[in-house]
Ligand binder design. Sequence first.
Ligand SMILES: Cc1cc2nc3c(=O)[nH]c(=O)nc-3n(C[C@H](O)[C@H](O)[C@H](O)COP(=O)(O)O)c2cc1C
Length: 210
Amino acid sequence: MSTYIKDLQWRYATKKFDTSKKVSEEDLATLLEAVQLSASSYGLQPYHVFIITDTELRKKLQPVSWGQTQIVDSTYLVVLANKTEVDAEWIEAYLKNISETRSIPLDSLNEYREMMHGNLLNLSTEEKSKWSAKQTYIALGNLLSAAATLKIDTTPMEGFDATAYNEILGLTDKGLNACVVTAIGYRSEDDASQHYAKVRQPTKELITQI
Ligand SMILES: Cc1cc2nc3c(=O)[nH]c(=O)nc-3n(C[C@H](O)[C@H](O)[C@H](O)COP(=O)(O)O)c2cc1C
């Protein structure tokens, strides 16, 4: 069996973290690089990532996160926020980045600009937000898998009040929305759920080869 699959079997949504064990800054940087390298539609990366270590802030977030202990007990709390508005300015900044990174003229990207404008700018605000949230989940998936390869534990979380997060973190004014959260740390020996067998749909029900 591949090491990668073994790592995915090892990981689980951690319910209880060991507060005495801390994930190093170096490992955190690797996980964030996995986020940064995530694929996204057109490459636009329509999200922003917040790493929260501030204890007081995390105490404020816990009650609006179903009281989940991972919010305060993990080494890092990561809030992945999707962009609520995708506008011409954002697209232009991206095109400029491509032009500079690849040393190609901005003009050579005119068709790409038109395609992105045509497909994205006419979407309603709700549709844009849905689209950007989908991209954000790809980044989440990469973060979880990268953490597993480093034997670092995570809890992906949707069990929180996004409106309250937006208010506490001042996200709305930044054109952002708290999309999904993950806690990062090391599992507690007392977390019984680490021993539970993985429950997944049988391959035949999940996958069809045509
Ligand atoms: C987007 C998302 C949101 C989730 N929200 C929570 C959550 O708020 N709290 C929690 O304890 N687990 C949460 N989970 C964990 C799932 O329940 C868990 O991944 C699933 O039961 C499969 O188990 P495993 O990840 O341990 O293999 C979430 C998972 C995902 C992917």
